[in-house]
Design a binder for this molecule. Structure first.
Ligand code: E4P
Length: 218
């Protein structure tokens, strides 16, 4: 399973990249807006210079022509830009056009298996089902993810599935078990993946015992 970081924050991206486990980044307009007065394209370029893998940058146009034009501009920022396009009729039409031109796309705001089928048919590089937001309204996000993975397997769709809207470490374990291709994880959840109380306890004990051993030697 590849790990993407779901953020537009440079410090978070630099830190996660330094751990050597980061395969890509996803951003969205909300995440970019949290960064204050940054220029969007400059920020995308900065991220692409830190991360070798796919970096998702989202269009904000809502019509086909606008989305295609924005996507072409964004895709020229760096080779690893993936253009995020919303799951609408115009969006799918744009993905269809862009995929034929070799532009990498990530269909976002996907909440059902049927939407994911349309994204794959249009030739999307990635599809992003939002697990947490489905759970929030009392649906089962993991079930939707499992359906998408199964359907893609049955028909041999090449589109890769990014489990998105991940809220906690348990989501990460569950989407990994389902065999998702990618999980895009917020920084605070990624940091929690390192944690286990027995690791901390064990480390304290090892260091204490080592110190006593050194004292005995001197
Ligand atoms: C996906 O690419 C989105 O950026 C993200 O996962 C949305 O998550 P949220 O529901 O926590 O906003």
């Amino acid at each position: 399973m590849r790990i993407f970081l779901d953020t537009a924050n440079i410090d978070e991206i630099k830190e996660a990249a330094s751990w050597g486990i980061l395969d890509g980044v996803t951003t969205n307009p909300t995440l970019v807006s949290r960064e204050g007065k940054v220029d969007f394209k400059t920020r995308v370029k900065e991220i692409c210079e830190i991360v070798e893998g796919p970096v998702s940058a989202e269009v904000v146009s809502t019509d086909y022509d606008g989305m295609v034009s924005e996507a072409l501009t964004l895709s020229k920022i760096a080779e690893n830009v993936t253009v995020k396009i919303p799951m609408t009729k115009d969006g799918i039409k744009a993905v269809s056009t862009l995929s034929k031109q070799g532009v990498k796309t990530n269909v976002t705001l996907v909440f059902s298996a049927n939407q994911a089928i349309l994204a794959a048919k249009a030739g999307a590089t990635f599809v992003s089902p939002f697990i947490g937001r489905l759970d929030d309204i009392g649906n089962d996000g993991l079930n939707v993810l499992a359906d998408i993975l199964e359907i893609y397997k049955i028909y041999g769709f090449k589109t890769e599935v990014i489990a998105a809207s991940i809220r906690h470490p348990e989501h990460v374990r569950q989407v990994a078990l389902l065999g998702t291709h990618v999980a895009t994880i917020p920084f605070k959840v990624l940091k929690l993946l390192f944690e286990h109380p027995l690791t901390d306890k064990g480390q304290i004990r090892f260091l204490k015992d080592w110190e006593e051993y050194q004292k005995r030697l001197s």
